[in-house]
Design a protein around this ligand. Structure first.
Ligand SMILES: [Zn+2]
Length: 234
């Protein structure tokens, strides 16, 4: 499976390097290991990790093993779509494989979570492209670290990306759905300049999204408004 790094959330620390909390050596080794793994998850403190570990310990075995199986399945079967880099369980994600989607339109987002938020509005019927982050010169994230060249390839060669039995459609519009942050704006400007050279209309999600905010946390109405009121980038 192709491993693709996310160039976002640079602030998240690897909590595994933390020394074990005082008192945790009193636990038998397997319980301590489980607590350590749970505590390494984002947003889970030591106390919550202990609570979850004891919940798992008390659960009937089939219930607890379902959790283990779900973790295993996600790591073994979920992969990035080879056209748009959305998550799916086969070569092409469900959206790219859907013959009813409008293939003349591509909405560019930073992460799969943004795509899911926009998809839940039900307002957009085109395709997506997940950049896997955003340009960030300060963190040394350049275009080569994102899926930028794959986006240009989709526009230049729509035939290569049409699923079997679906006619290739030229891309006429790219909607930039980057987060309204300094880095998102910089990425949008970088893409807009290069996309226009490819003779496609470039628009950007509209008003309503607060500056510095994040697509994944915006409510449905705001996102629906942003899609319908998108503005052409000059
Ligand atoms: Zn896809």
């Amino acid at each position: 499976m192709e491993q693709i790094a996310y160039h976002v959330d640079m602030s998240s620390r690897d909590t595994r390097s933390r020394p074990p909390a005082a008192g945790s050596s009193a636990y038998p080794e397997p319980i301590r290991a489980l607590i350590d793994e749970l505590a390494a998850l984002p947003g889970i403190g030591r106390r919550s990790a202990e609570r979850l570990a004891f919940h798992i310990l008390k659960s009937p075995e089939p219930d607890a093993l379902r959790l283990a199986d779900a973790v295993r399945a996600v790591k073994k079967t979920v992969r990035h779509c080879r056209s748009c880099f959305n998550l799916g369980d086969s070569d092409r994600c469900a959206i790219c494989a859907d013959p009813k989607r409008d293939r003349s339109r591509i909405l560019v987002v930073e992460q799969p979570k943004d795509l899911i938020a926009l998809e839940q509005t039900g307002m957009y019927k085109g395709l997506y492209h997940v950049l896997m982050g955003r340009l960030s010169p300060l963190d040394n994230v350049g275009p080569g670290d994102l899926t930028v060249s794959a986006l240009f390839d989709r526009i230049k060669h729509p035939d290569k990306h049409a699923p079997e039995g679906v006619e290739a459609t030229p891309v006429g519009e790219v909607v930039l759905g980057l987060n309204p942050t300094v880095e998102g704006d910089g990425t949008a400007l970088y893409l807009a300049e290069r996309l226009r050279a490819l003779q496609v209309r470039v628009s950007r999600l509209a008003r309503g999204l607060p500056t510095g905010g994040s697509l994944e946390f915006a409510n449905k109405a705001v996102l629906a408004d942003a899609i319908s009121g998108r503005q052409e980038m000059m």
